[in-house]
Design a protein around this ligand. Structure first.
Ligand SMILES: [Zn+2]
Length: 246
């Protein structure tokens, strides 16, 4: 029994090195954090966090990709953030504000996959007690806020084609796959447009030989053409993301 616990521990420590932020911590910090983590498979589109709901666990995505939604009281939604293996979902618990422990936004799973899960109180304690973890989380918060500001401005000022191309490129960066398992309705929700608009956008990209659109999936065929259609927000965000790991 003890042996298998040790093996599981070793597996989690190894998985930590696949997370871009955790991999930058020292072996000592990573080993200590790994002891408070478990591996989970995230596999549904149900919300992970509801806006203003309590955050019980934080997640470090490995192969999973998560998204955040901005919502109005009338229930309209639009994407305001994406997280892959560079980020931490539930990072708000480290902010130490009166709202710490409550989710600022609704979060859900965009692409199913693995993540490391840690109890929110354990995570908050790690950030308070260990300076390297604190620095790492603060760096990520800088990117998180930059992403939020770019996407707010982008959603208001750039057209559906520019935003759609930006969104597909960012998702491909995080999945490292040409085939993206998304539906027209999901794309529509992310862009805050009707399903018909999302369908028209995918058709236009298909006619331009940028991608193939099948039921429930999109395969990107020409990334450089997609890049040409995207607004500068994609380039700026990709630059900020690279800077996070310099
Ligand atoms: Zn934009």
């Amino acid at each position: 029994m003890k042996g298998s616990v040790k093996q599981d521990q070793l597996k989690i420590e190894q998985l930590c090195t696949r997370h871009r932020l955790l991999s930058r911590l020292s072996g000592t910090d990573r080993r200590r954090m790994a002891r408070k983590m478990q591996v989970v498979s995230l596999s549904s589109l149900h919300p992970l966090y509801e806006m203003s709901g309590v955050i019980n666990n934080v997640f470090f995505p490995l192969s999973a990709v998560l998204f955040f939604l901005g919502t109005t009281l009338e229930g309209q939604v639009i994407e305001v953030g994406q997280i892959g293996s560079e980020g931490i979902a539930g990072v708000e618990v480290a902010m130490g504000t009166p709202y710490a422990g409550m989710s600022l936004m609704t979060a859900a799973i965009q692409i199913p996959g693995l993540a490391l899960q840690m109890n929110a109180d354990d995570f908050a304690e790690e950030v308070d007690r260990y300076s390297a973890v604190n620095r790492c989380v603060r760096r990520y918060l800088g990117f998180f806020l930059a992403q939020l500001q770019f996407l707010i401005a982008c959603n208001r000022h750039h057209n559906v084609e520019q935003r759609g191309a930006r969104w597909l490129l960012a998702l491909q960066d995080r999945t490292r796959s040409r085939k993206l398992r998304i539906t027209q309705q999901h794309l529509a929700d992310m862009l805050g447009v009707t399903r018909q608009s999302a369908e028209r956008l995918l058709n236009d990209f298909e006619v331009a030989k940028i991608l193939d659109s099948q039921r429930g999936a999109v395969t990107i065929k020409d990334r450089s053409k997609l890049h040409e259609r995207a607004c500068a927000c994609y380039r700026m965000l990709a630059k900020r993301l690279r800077a996070l790991f310099v």
